[in-house]
Design a protein around this ligand. Structure first.
Ligand code: C2E
Ligand code: CA
Ligand code: CA
Ligand code: CA
Length: 277
């Protein structure tokens, strides 16, 4: 047994070493990806109760030299830990504003909003507001069409700085959506202080909706909170009509999910719109 224990320990060490090596390798690859801008923005449609497009969420894709994709769920946390999220965030802001400008010059897309995901480290940069303002001005985009998605975790990290930055940007006309809502600890009291325009119901609750009473209670509560705060509410991860109809019954009339469209490159996104029109 002692022998097995030692072997077990050696096996464990080897596994840890492999994990550390894999992480170091990924970090190195990510640094190179930042230098070489191996990223692309994909766009996922958001619709109203009639199925008409109201906007899109920009989702980053890392496409490696060999054409393979690395999931943002894997590299965004690493980018946050290493600070690489800052150059990635700058690229993102610039690319998103450039896209929004193109949409504004196109009758098919001129009415759409574009939501981008903002990480904590990005928001808490001292010059974050200036960066956003400069980007909006230099591309000449309508700030009302730009939406920043923040998570509860970000808000909790440094609430006073967050609120003052949100107020500055709101003054410019930019809007905020609270992402993954329901997975954090936000109270009504605390939400009242934030200049939000939208709550985004996390997809985990949408998935539980049809089968699970708990999911229904949570979604109803979120919708009630949103309405008492006079916020717009959107559900993400909507995959089937049953979920969509249930959400509508509960009072949610904005949806995003595979039922309406997958995230896709800008050209394919635009082409998918003309099918609806
Ligand atoms: P998120 O912001 O919650 O984005 C929603 C995720 O759900 C996306 O995964 C999207 O592709 C996926 N999704 C959309 N519809 C459905 C559906 O009907 N069913 C299912 N099962 N999934 C659906 P993705 O693109 O892999 O992104 C994962 C996470 O990575 C995002 O979660 C976000 O936290 C982060 N992320 C993505 N792009 C960016 C970015 O540009 N900046 C930052 N800071 N984070 C990003
Ligand atoms: Ca999001
Ligand atoms: Ca989300
Ligand atoms: Ca999420």
């Amino acid at each position: 047994a002692k022998q097995a224990g030692r072997n077990g320990m050696r096996f464990f060490d080897q596994q840890m070493q492999d994990t550390i090596n894999a992480r170091a390798k990924l970090e190195e690859a990510l640094r190179m990806a930042v230098e070489q801008k191996q990223f692309e923005l994909y766009f996922q449609i958001q619709v109203d109760q009639f199925g008409a497009a109201t906007g899109a969420e920009a989702l980053i894709r890392w496409i490696q030299e060999d054409g393979s994709f690395v999931s943002p769920a894997r590299f965004i946390p690493l980018a946050e830990e290493t600070g690489l999220i800052l150059p990635i965030g700058d690229w993102l802001l610039d690319t998103a504003c450039a896209q929004l400008k193109r949409w504004q010059n196109d009758p098919k897309t001129e009415h759409l909003t574009l939501a981008i995901n903002i990480s904590a480290a990005q928001l808490h940069q001292w010059d974050f507001c200036q960066k956003v303002e400069e980007c909006v001005e230099s591309y000449g985009i309508n700030p009302q069409r730009l939406k920043l998605e923040l998570t509860e975790g970000i808000l909790l990290a440094n609430i006073e700085d967050t609120i003052s930055k949100m107020q500055k940007l709101k003054f410019l006309g930019i809007r905020f959506s609270l992402d993954d809502f329901g997975t954090g600890y936000s109270s009504l009291q605390y939400l009242k202080r934030l200049p939000l325009s939208q709550l985004k119901i996390d997809q985990s609750f949408v998935h539980d909706l049809v089968s699970n009473n708990n999911g229904q209670a949570i979604v109803s509560t979120i919708i009630a909170m949103a309405s008492s705060l006079q916020l717009d509410v959107i559900a993400e991860g909507v995959e089937n009509m049953a979920q969509r109809n249930y959400l509508e019954q509960l009072g949610c009339s904005r949806y995003q999910g595979y039922l309406f469209g997958r995230p896709m490159p800008a050209a394919a996104f635009r082409a998918s719109l003309s099918q609806c029109l």
